[in-house]
Design a binder for this molecule. Sequence first.
Ligand SMILES: [Zn+2]
Length: 125
Amino acid sequence: MSNKDWDSNLTPEQNYILRQEGTESPGSSPLNNEKREGSYHCVGCGTKLFDSSTKYESGSGWPSFFKSLPDVFEEKTDMHIGYPRTEYHCKKCGGHHGHVFEDGPKPTGKRYCNNGVCLVFKPKS
Ligand SMILES: [Zn+2]
């Protein structure tokens, strides 16, 4: 997708987070309290990223998942806050979504800490 296509459909905050690796305020996303069955998609390109069965309450203030769909993210290390963190972004559109940590629940031990504004929730119909 070209930059132009992206920009026309996204809010300035979504653009900032997806493109500049920004972070929304903790607790600001309505998806923190989303408990319904369904799937979470990339707001930039519509790719399905997470299933609701892998969402859990981490207490971090961001929507958290212990597992992504296979092969949807690319990871890289960033040093934005002075120590290394693993940032992940959508493989298809390149949009930044959040960071993955190694303190999640079993069976994966992963915590995908995702900006809610980068996700579109689609309830199971
Ligand atoms: Zn995407």
